[in-house]
Write a protein that binds this ligand. Structure first.
Ligand SMILES: [Zn+2]
Length: 110
């Protein structure tokens, strides 16, 4: 039996895991799952299949590094065009901005 490389306690067992990206389901995939910590491991073919599915759905590479800029007395961030397209975001749309802890900012479309 293969030992889990993360917790080094559990054994890896064949199973299936639900994959998601940005809250969108990519389907279920074959994985080896740790009996102790629940960590899952996938082979390269499965990783490729997940990437292909994410590209099909238009969500691959949507996470982007951006910079905060000054705009008058406030700070502003630009929303990249492909993220705006994905969210069907238009100028004038109302959004709810709130921190989630001290290192994450959430923007909800309302
Ligand atoms: Zn483990």
């Amino acid at each position: 039996m293969k030992k889990c490389p993360i917790c080094e306690k559990g054994n890896l067992k064949e199973g299936e895991v639900e994959e998601e990206m940005f809250g969108i389901s990519l389907g279920r995939y074959k994985a080896e799952i740790c009996s102790e910590c629940g960590e899952s491991f996938m082979d390269e073919a499965v990783m490729d299949a997940i990437e292909k599915k994410a590209k099909q759905l238009g969500i691959w590479g949507l996470a982007k590094k951006i910079k905060v800029v000054r705009s008058g007395n406030s700070l502003a961030v630009r929303i990249p065009a492909d993220i705006a397209r994905f969210l069907k975001l238009r100028e004038g749309k109302e959004m709810l901005l709130h921190p989630e802890g001290t290192s994450k900012l959430a923007i909800e479309i309302i």
